[in-house]
Design a protein around this ligand. Sequence first.
Ligand SMILES: CC(C)(COP(=O)(O)OP(=O)(O)OC[C@H]1O[C@@H](n2cnc3c(N)ncnc32)[C@H](O)[C@@H]1O)[C@@H](O)C(=O)NCCC(=O)NCCS
Ligand SMILES: Nc1ncnc2c1ncn2[C@@H]1O[C@H](COP(=O)(O)OP(=O)(O)OP(=O)(O)O)[C@@H](O)[C@H]1O
Length: 281
Amino acid sequence: MLLIGLTGSIATGKSTCSTILSSPPFSLPIIDADHLSRSAVTPTTPLGKRGYKAIIRYFGPSTPELLLPPDPETGIAYINRPALGRRVFGTDPQRVKDRAVLNKIVHPIVMKMTLKAIVKHWWEGHWAVVLDVPLLFESGFDLLCGGVIVVGLKDQEVQIERLLARDREGGGGGGMTRDDAEGRVKSQMSVAEKVERVESCWDGKGRRRGFVVWNDGSREELKGQLEDVVGRLKKGRGAVYTGFGRWFLPWGVWRVVVIILGNWWRRRRFLNEQRRMKAKI
Ligand SMILES: CC(C)(COP(=O)(O)OP(=O)(O)OC[C@H]1O[C@@H](n2cnc3c(N)ncnc32)[C@H](O)[C@@H]1O)[C@@H](O)C(=O)NCCC(=O)NCCS
Ligand SMILES: Nc1ncnc2c1ncn2[C@@H]1O[C@H](COP(=O)(O)OP(=O)(O)OP(=O)(O)O)[C@@H](O)[C@H]1O
């Protein structure tokens, strides 16, 4: 089974790509890290309870509005996500520190949930699964992937506009300001850096494994690009490839080890090169 990492900056169109990839003709299963990160802090499951308590312990004393009023039916006071977002998104040192703490609480839980979901889809016998992870490179999830798709926008203004429009039309209830939106964009690795990663680590000699799809145009254009990318990734990965890894376990495990080591080696080479360039400047 091929793991396809899907990433990009905030509001560049990852969920839009996931929706396309989960529908015919692709019909691929999607593991959505944003969705899992919500379960990771919802106190109705054992793992979620752990994340929920850790967030209240660290952020509670300094964030009065951290919890929403208790749900009338269940009595549970859920995390107030916009309030927590205001605490952690942005570039000033306190926010950067708080974001690192939040990531340290949530990411290991998301990692466990993701691994569980991967095993489930592998057992079901899919030829590929899409890992929709905004922080794919930052969190190290990319090490597991046999292919990567970065969704980019060439114009950052379109990104901010789409983020604000989505907030107005539903998602965040319209409370997001332009400053908030810019803070969120700056809280992540830039699109340019992600594109550079793909070109350096995922697009070397031999079979092409890394792709950038640009989403400045229409959704139809995006779908056309995805058709091309998935077609290339699927070439040579038919039923035999899928079944063999499942039924001949040592071969499947060996493939995973080769993929992780290869990705780790290419990432190390890229980061060393980046360090050398920075030192020269
Ligand atoms: C801060 C939180 C509560 C804000 O919740 P909210 O519902 O407003 O946003 P949501 O979770 O839908 O995220 C929206 C987008 O923000 C960006 N984002 C989320 N978390 C982070 C982060 N830690 N660093 C940088 N960008 C992030 C992503 O592009 C994501 O797609 C939430 O984002 C969170 O718990 N983040 C930490 C977990 C995390 O890293 N999630 C990303 C997937 S692993
Ligand atoms: N090609 C497009 N044309 C117009 N609007 C689009 C296009 N692609 C996506 N959008 C809109 O832009 C907004 C952001 O897209 P989407 O939610 O897919 O981004 P995302 O990368 O998943 O965001 P996040 O990082 O917050 O998870 C949504 O409101 C979506 O409907």
